[in-house]
Ligand binder design. Structure first.
Ligand SMILES: NC(=O)c1ccc[n+]([C@@H]2O[C@H](COP(=O)([O-])OP(=O)(O)OC[C@H]3O[C@@H](n4cnc5c(N)ncnc54)[C@H](OP(=O)(O)O)[C@@H]3O)[C@@H](O)[C@H]2O)c1
Length: 348
């Protein structure tokens, strides 16, 4: 790791050599680090704190950062990336993801929105740009789950493909190396795979021991798409609007706790280890150095046993935490309608 001036980037003494962190190969041949740092502050952690964690995480060996314009902190994170690169961390060692927000699906909005993220992040290109949600619905930040946009729209494939054509254009323009989807379902992905000129390289989806989404996970893998797992620890600090009485917490699961006790780690670390071993790319959020360091160490140390992996496969509770209620487009619907539960796209 050298700068043009020859100054090497210095890892913290207790950090993890990034070369030891596993990688997943995308269909282009590029490799994404198998664990990344999430940067959504759940409306409670400041952008400054997160930007500081990005620096701290890079210094302990993280090279993959999951960003999004809607997190409202890309300009601060851009300052951190600049600082890291000035300290000798080469751009090509970093994997930076950003996402197109829902009010920017319009054909004239996609490219400017990506350009704004690049400007904020102080980068020439993104490694991955995702369509954050398949619904083009604006809702104000921090709004309650009962909030509905009067202009809310369902998934209309022809409209989504217009957005996707602009995403493909971003690859042609060299602004983005890969494009992908997030919060998709099998029937929606089938249509995108049928019609895309440049197919999604990754699909970001909620994945943790209590929400393993086995069918979607398998579909994605079978189609050469790398699954990126969000809320891998069960998002214990998620906003109030994303909480329901029936929600469960993977870090409180007796199986996860038993394995954590055996390894002498926090249950969160077991969730991250399991995710990487299963084959998804978890992006745990943390601004606490001890925690983000132990999550990274977890993926390069003693693996879970085959029996433990099987035990965790058995604790799935189909417990979706991020339900997306604000995207509902008409009265009388429930959040399940967003997720095409019967295998078909919910009709408009
Ligand atoms: N595509 C999408 O629609 C979407 C949706 C949701 C999230 N995401 C992405 O996924 C990322 C992660 O998801 P998330 O933020 O919802 O939740 P998460 O990663 O499941 O959980 C984060 C929480 O776990 C705590 N934590 C982390 N490591 C820990 C450890 N080793 N021991 C104890 N506590 C630990 C953190 O606290 P400390 O800070 O104190 O460590 C934080 O409160 C987001 O930041 C975002 O980048 C994407």
């Amino acid at each position: 790791m050298q700068t043009e001036s020859g100054k090497p980037f210095v890892l913290d003494a207790d950090g993890v050599d990034p070369a030891r962190v596993p990688k997943r190969k995308l269909y282009t041949g590029a490799e994404i680090p198998a664990v990344g740092l999430g940067t959504f502050g759940s409306d409670s952690v400041s952008g400054e704190t997160i930007a500081e964690a990005v620096i701290g995480a890079a210094r302990v060996g993280y090279r993959h950062f999951d960003c999004a314009s809607v997190y409202g902190n890309e300009a601060l994170i851009g300052g951190s990336l600049w600082e890291l690169m000035a300290a000798g961390l080469p751009r090509e060692e970093l994997w930076i993801t950003s996402k197109l927000w829902n009010d920017k699906h319009g054909e004239g909005d996609v490219i400017p929105s990506c350009e704004q993220s690049l400007k904020d992040l102080q980068l020439d290109y993104l490694d991955l740009y995702l369509v954050h949600w398949p619904f083009p619905n604006y809702h104000p930040p921090d709004c309650d789950v009962t909030a509905r946009s009067p202009n809310a729209k369902p998934y209309i494939h022809e409209h989504f493909m217009k957005t996707w054509r602009r995403m493909e254009k971003l690859v042609d323009m060299g602004l983005v190396r890969h494009i992908g989807t997030s919060n998709m379902t099998i029937p929606k992905l089938k249509l995108v795979l049928r019609d895309a000129r440049i197919k999604p390289a990754c699909n970001e989806m909620e994945l943790h021991p209590h929400f393993q989404q086995p069918e979607l996970f398998q579909f994605v893998v079978d189609n050469g798409i790398v699954p990126i797992g969000y809320s891998p620890i069960g998002s214990p600090n998620r906003p109030q609007r994303d909480r329901m009485p029936d929600d469960t917490a993977p870090t409180e699961d007796p199986v996860i706790r038993r394995i954590a006790a055996r390894l002498g780690v926090h249950p969160a670390v077991v969730c991250v280890k399991w995710a990487v071993q299963r084959g998804q790319v978890p992006i745990p959020f943390s601004t606490t150095r001890r925690n983000y360091l132990s999550n990274l160490k977890g993926v390069v140390t003693e693996p879970l046993t085959a029996e433990e992996m099987a035990d965790i496969a058995g604790v799935d509770k189909n417990s979706r935490l991020i339900k997306g209620q604000v995207f509902l487009w008409k009265e009388g619907q429930s959040w399940e309608d967003l997720w095409d539960m019967n295998g078909e796209i919910t009709p408009p």
